[in-house]
Design a protein around this ligand. Structure first.
Ligand code: FAD
Length: 292
């Protein structure tokens, strides 16, 4: 099923993001994680597309297919374009179609400092347009409540969302954020620029201090003082850190739902414990929203 059809039936979506195992590991290493995550019956699971090339990128297709065809959960394949030719992307689209995949998260991909990129696409909107012209996929796009790191002005970044929506993106998923006020300010801007597709908030429960700091550096996401205190207090006690992180994420999610967010996209980091505990703390709230 296409994600836009799920949005037509439900007020609120709850989805997960996972990543393929390392290039050197077999896909089988993720079966246990998938079994556990699929028990929670999310509206869809999206699978990231590695920048590592070759076998890792094939694993995205394999894993997306497993999610859909073995576990019966709707699946979204991430796809980046910045280093690809049209022919390469066309082949990937054909492969995804052959696996019955109906949804793609169309991405530009990160560009390294001083990297000279060669490919047929410049922005995610170029890929969105190409996918739209080359298959019957539902297309999802990204957005950045604190602004994309390449955009000096948040408002410019929000204005640029128009390109991917006009090209065919039917819903957006945000970069992770830790302060809901950033998201609400961003939503005000999306209204100003008539960005009127559903927007799922990307939430990543804290599982590892170093990882959070690395992501914050790469993406430019702010870490609030309250969050920093939790990380510093529990960084050497994995279980306590995870439980504190789940509590923080749960509080964020409940506030977002109370403010009518269209959906939550949980960055699971392939950690079923975190996904399950977060899910269990909010499931009655999700049911309540979708009943009314
Ligand atoms: P774009 O939407 O193309 O935007 C990039 C920049 O260009 C922004 O500053 C934007 O304002 C500007 N821009 C866009 N269109 C125009 C235009 N027409 N004219 C001028 N400026 C424009 N990376 C991976 O490698 N694999 C993944 O699986 C992956 N999954 C992700 C999932 C989510 C939910 C998110 C939020 C990010 C993910 N990323 C992934 C990271 C992503 O590839 C990077 O953030 C990348 O730097 C930007 O990709 P984009 O598709 O958001 O870019």
């Amino acid at each position: 099923m296409q994600i836009r059809d799920i949005f037509n039936k439900k007020k609120f979506l709850f989805s997960f993001e996972i990543f393929p195992p390392k290039a050197t590991s077999s896909i089988n290493t993720i079966y246990k994680t998938l079994e556990s995550l699929s028990d929670l019956r999310p509206d869809f699971i999206s699978v990231t597309y590695g920048a590592g090339g070759g076998s890792l990128q094939n694993k995205t297709k394999e894993l997306t297919s497993l999610v859909k065809n073995k576990y019966g959960i709707e699946a979204v394949a991430h796809l980046t374009c910045i280093r690809s030719t049209k022919e390469e992307i066309r082949k990937i689209l054909d492969d995804l179609k052959a696996e019955g995949i109906e949804n793609i998260l169309a991405l530009r991909g990160d560009i390294q400092i001083d990297e000279e990129v060669k490919g047929d696409f410049k922005y995610a909107s170029d890929l969105t347009k190409f996918i739209k012209e080359n298959g019957n996929f539902d297309i999802v796009g990204t957005c950045y409540p604190e602004g994309h790191i390449d955009s000096k002005i948040l408002e410019e970044d929000v204005k640029n969302l128009r390109y991917k929506i006009d090209a065919g993106a039917t819903h957006l998923i945000t970069q992770l954020f830790y302060d809901n006020n950033d998201f609400y300010k961003f939503l005000d801007l999306t209204k100003k620029y008539n960005i009127n597709v559903p927007i799922e908030a990307g939430i990543m429960p804290l599982t590892n201090k170093k990882q959070i700091e690395r992501i914050a550096t790469l993406s430019g996401s702010k870490i609030p003082e309250k969050y920093n205190k939790i990380m510093n207090k529990f960084e050497h006690d994995t279980e306590a850190l995870m439980d504190a992180g789940i509590a923080y994420a749960t509080e964020q999610i409940i506030d977002l739902i109370a403010n009518d967010v269209d959906g939550i996209h949980l960055y699971t980091m392939n950690n079923p414990y975190v996904a399950r505990k977060t899910h269990d703390s909010i499931i009655s709230i999700i049911h309540s929203v979708n009943r009314n």
